[in-house]
Design a protein around this ligand. Structure first.
Ligand code: NAP
Length: 473
């Protein structure tokens, strides 16, 4: 967003960031083995390419280092405030501006606000009876405590989502005994762990067209995957691949049966790993698929009465995407709170603009996350939309824009029509779905279709006004 404003010559903006540095999810998730399962040549901003990725899927330290080095050219130091945690946003309809307050009481006034809060950073800690009584150390996968020694310890991991899939093989290398508490097995596909030799990195730096072609090929390959998620019957080749991977990596038929998912591939995020399944062949790793009934001083009590004694317990139990917004008091037109407006379901026109909340835009708002391709492509599509809309308003001297209720409803209807019959609607638990089974997070369709939908903002989706106190700035 900052880059788009900068290109327009708009310098009067401020980025506020709760942490002391940039990086978002890649700053927060530092657990052992953290890596991106979208190829890095695709999982990077189109205007900040990096020819020097060391492999196809790079790890968290390399992504974070790239992010830290790449923001400086287009964001000036005085345009970003670190350690500024947004506590509330209040719309002033007379002045056509938002008043933002930080948790320390600092205040900012701004004509427009773009929320780039991200969806996955409020840890979901299950309310297992007795969890506060545990005498060992425990933490969530996104709050890794690097100072705590784990070598030789009895470690438990709750959860088998994509975070667990990455950290279990690393913990297996150092634990005295590692117990993985599995509620639902996960589909695992092989990960093509290709290193990119230095000569090729130099070639990609010298010949940007080749790098661009590589990016295009990776994008198209992942879009083909979207077909298998939208029409699960076409996923037979991916299912066969995953089953063969499981058969090849786990020789014990009883263990294999416990690791085999019984829901459609893609219903939860598909894991890519060559190391997760073989971890269970190690003598110091145990898969526990009995339900957890409680946590006690010395470990985890299972529903069948057994106690698994532990020194450390890791919650790889995912995130609460809705709490990201719920933790901030956002008051829009006529004193309406966003948490009330979104109580039944988060809704926004094109996933970006909520009716009743003028001049406020969401990057990765409701139903614009992806389960199959680089989410940065969605973010850049949204930036394109917001940038063009604001420019149009500037040219017309307008200072207030609000999505219509009809535009909001049209987007929700489109999502709801496309959702049934997809792999994501296959009956599993996932953060894409709320307690009532509604898809609150995912865009349903190829990502290029979303870009086509949003690239040219339609006036009919919005209501525009001019203020008496000034034009758009
Ligand atoms: P997640 O996919 O939501 O998985 C949470 C895990 O915790 C599930 O296995 C869940 O079991 C288990 N769980 C939750 N509550 C439990 C309880 N009370 N008892 C037992 N098990 C419990 O979380 P995540 O692995 O952190 O991944 C979240 C998202 O982050 C992913 O979907 C993905 O979008 C993103 N991510 C991306 C990458 C990447 O490489 N790009 C890597 C990691 C994460 P059930 O399945 O039975 O609910």
């Amino acid at each position: 967003m900052a880059n788009a404003l900068q290109r327009r010559g708009i310098e009067r903006y401020r980025i506020v960031e709760k942490a002391a540095t940039v990086g978002g999810t890649w700053r927060e998730n530092t657990y052992p083995g953290a890596a991106c399962d979208v190829p890095s040549h695709l999982y990077s901003l189109s205007f900040a390419p990096n020819a020097f990725w060391s492999c196809l899927f790079v790890g968290q330290p390399e992504i974070q280092a790239h992010l830290q080095s790449s923001w400086a050219p287009w964001i000036k130091r005085n345009q970003i405030s670190f350690e500024w945690t947004l506590a509330s946003l209040r719309w002033d309809d007379a002045a056509h501006c938002w008043i933002a307050r930080s948790s320390k009481g600092d205040q900012l006034r701004s004509r427009f606000v773009v929320s780039a809060l991200g969806g996955l950073h409020v840890p979901s800690l299950p309310d297992i009876p007795g969890h506060q009584r545990f005498n060992g150390v425990s933490w969530h996968s996104a709050k890794w405590q690097h100072a705590q020694p784990l070598s030789g310890k009895r470690i438990g991991v709750i959860g088998t989502g994509t975070s667990a899939i990455q950290l279990v093989p690393e913990l297996a290398k150092l634990a005295g005994m590692l117990t993985v508490f599995q509620r639902t097995p996960v589909w695992v596909l092989p990960r093509p762990d290709l290193r990119i030799p230095e000569w090729m990195q130099r070639l990609l730096a010298r010949l940007p067209l080749i790098r661009l072609a590589l990016r295009g090929v990776l994008y198209l390959m992942l879009e083909v995957l979207s077909l298998t998620l939208l029409k699960p019957w076409t996923a037979f080749w991916a299912r066969a691949n995953a089953r063969f991977h499981l058969w090849r990596q786990v020789r014990d038929p009883a263990l294999r049966a416990r690791l085999r998912p019984d829901y459609p591939l893609g219903c939860k995020r598909i894991a890519l790993s060559n190391e997760y399944l073989p971890s269970f062949a190690r003598e110091n790793v145990h898969l526990e698929s009995s339900a957890i009934s409680a946590i006690e001083e010395s470990g985890v009590r299972l529903a069948d009465g057994r106690l698994v004694e532990l020194d450390a317990l890791i919650y790889a139990t995912g995130f609460r995407p809705m709490d990201v917004i719920a933790n901030i008091c956002i008051t829009g037109q006529s004193g309406r709170e966003l948490s009330d407006a979104w109580r039944e379901r988060p809704r926004a026109a094109l996933g970006m603009a909520a009716h009743g909340f003028p001049n406020l835009f969401f990057l990765l708002g409701p139903n614009t996350a992806l389960g199959h391709n680089s989410v940065l492509y969605m973010i850049e599509s949204q930036v394109l939309h917001i940038d063009r809309l604001l420019e149009r308003m500037r040219q017309r001297g307008q200072s207030r824009v609000e999505a219509t209720q009809a535009a909001e409803q049209k987007f929700i209807d489109r999502i709801d029509r496309a959702f049934p019959g997809t792999a994501w609607a296959g009956g599993c638990n996932s953060w894409y779905i709320d307690a009532t089974g509604q898809n609150i997070a995912l865009w349903v369709g190829p990502s290029w279709r979303y870009r086509r939908l949003v690239r040219h903002p339609r006036d009919s989706d919005y209501r525009f006004d001019c203020s008496s106190t000034g034009t758009a700035a």
